[in-house]
Design a protein. Structure first.
Length: 81
């Protein structure tokens, strides 16, 4: 389903089509509505460029879960650290 954002709306937002796509992709990723690669494709950017856009907006790229942290602590314990 196509989404239409008019030139007038873009003008009000002070954005062009490219910047609107990037902004939408970043916000959907931040909200957990899109995974990293899907959002990157929506933004039309390569990995590093999309990471830079996320960083500009203070959006974390990596989001460890509580289970990830428990696993890391177990690994550190096994390593004696």
């Amino acid at each position: 389903m196509p989404l239409l954002i008019t030139d007038e709306q873009l003008k009000v937002m002070q954005m062009d089509e490219r910047n609107a796509r990037i902004e939408i992709a970043c916000r959907l990723f931040d909200a957990g509505k899109m995974g990293f690669h899907a959002a990157m494709r929506l933004a039309g950017l390569e990995r590093v460029a999309f990471e830079d856009e996320l960083a500009e907006r203070n959006i974390a790229i990596y989001r460890p879960t509580v289970q990830d942290l428990h696993n890391d602590l177990k690994t550190l314990d096994k390593l004696g650290l």
